[in-house]
Ligand binder design. Structure first.
Ligand code: NAD
Length: 360
């Protein structure tokens, strides 16, 4: 079929710089930015995405079209499909796999628990099995999540902290993913880098995330709901701009070392690494809303609601010194600038309803 040709030409099998990357979840928020950055610096990039309907397909299709214009081909397929993976790996000798596909979201798990088992656990095993049998084996960089820290009181979170039980099924599938990847590292010598992303935001972002829905309400003059912890403390999060995350992903890939093949347990030379990728400082949700209001020059009514449930992960931020030391990771975009970029993109992409109303 024609996609074989597209995959081959997209990856150019032998790249001048020797790097060919399979990006899973390439039509997603982070995956599309990472794919473009890798392509722009000359890597061979092949994307795969199943265009799931979790937050709708149109944004994903537009990201795919834009990537296509930039020479990145995305295969419309599911990484649970063993045959598809085997064809991809037989078509291109991947030096790296950047695994960003996942069933994301937290609330969705209440009604759809098996989507997380399939999307974050079964698919991970399928992908790792493929990587294990590839020759040479690619180095794997994959997205874990800051949510694996659970409801810990000790902030900032460090990679060496013992992690408390997860407060969501999403988080427990990511934590399980860390165990599974570690096992493949030990048993099969796969080079593994797990990235614990915190709250990533920016242009082409995810409509299911709070900052995204806030802007919609602000523009429509509707109130927004701001959650507050049971102890009346404002929720705080570690918000990190997409361009900084992309730099962290690329640096992870470049420092990921080589897989050593089966017997990794004995020679122990394939690296297993985990990094926090966040901003390193907490910002409360009301402070974030204020920045959005300033950017839009509009005010919004906030309905403050106390959170229910026992999981109290209300105040979460992260220590990034390990990534600074080992990856040269250094976030450079502050929240004012990053949200400004997001607002500009939003108004460009969706149009400003106020301006549209005026012109009617
Ligand atoms: P996203 O939903 O925009 O991207 C994920 C993509 O994976 C989607 O396009 C989806 O269609 C695709 N996908 C899902 N299941 C698939 C499957 N079985 N086969 C092929 N494609 C599949 O989410 P994102 O925010 O870009 O997240 C990327 C990764 O980073 C995820 O692993 C997510 O868990 C992790 N993460 C994100 C954040 C954040 O703040 N955005 C925070 C922590 C961790």
């Amino acid at each position: 079929t024609s996609w074989h040709k597209n995959v081959r030409s997209s990856a150019h099998i032998r790249r001048p710089n020797g790097i060919s990357v399979l990006v899973t979840g390439a039509a997603g928020f982070i995956g599309s930015h990472v794919s473009l950055a890798l392509k722009n610096r000359g890597d061979g990039v092949v994307g795969v995405d199943n265009f799931d309907n979790y937050y709708g397909r149109s944004l994903k299709q537009t990201r795919r079209d834009l990537l296509g214009l930039n020479g990145v081909y995305i295969v419309d397929g599911d990484i649970n499909d063993r045959r598809l993976l085997s064809v991809l790996f037989n078509t291109v000798e991947f030096t790296h796999v950047m695994h960003l596909a996942a069933q994301v979201g937290v609330q969705y798990a209440v009604e759809n628990p098996y989507a997380y088992v399939r999307g974050n656990i079964a698919s991970l095993v399928t992908l790792l099995e493929q990587c294990k049998s590839a020759d040479p084996q690619p180095a794997v960089v994959w997205a874990s999540s800051g949510s694996v820290y659970g409801a810990q009181n000790k902030v900032p979170f460090s990679e060496t902290d013992r992690v408390d039980p997860p407060t969501t099924l999403y988080a427990s599938t990511k934590k399980t993913g860390e165990e599974i990847t570690h096992t493949y590292n030990r048993l099969h010598g796969l080079s593994i880098t797990g990235l614990r992303f915190f709250t990533v935001y920016g242009p082409w972002g995810r409509p299911d995330m709070a900052y995204f829905s806030f802007i919609k309400n602000i523009l429509q003059g509707k109130p927004i709901t701001v959650y507050r912890a049971k102890n009346q403390v404002d929720l705080a999060r570690d918000f990190i701009y997409i361009d900084d995350i992309v730099k962290g992903c690329v640096a992870s890939l470049d420092t990921s070392g080589k897989s050593t093949g089966s017997g990794g347990l004995k020679n122990g030379s394939a690296p297993y690494r985990i990094f926090n990728l966040g901003n390193g400082s907490p910002v409360t949700v009301p402070a974030l809303v204020t920045i959005l209001e300033e950017n839009l020059k509009m005010k919004v009514t906030k309905d403050v609601v106390d959170m229910c449930g026992d999981g109290d992960d209300s105040f979460a931020y992260v220590n990034i010194s390990l990534a600074e030391r080992e990856l040269g990771y250094k976030p450079t975009t502050d929240l004012q600038t990053g949200l400004g970029e997001f607002v500009k993109w939003y108004l460009w992409y969706y149009g400003n309803p106020l301006v549209q109303n005026r012109s009617v």
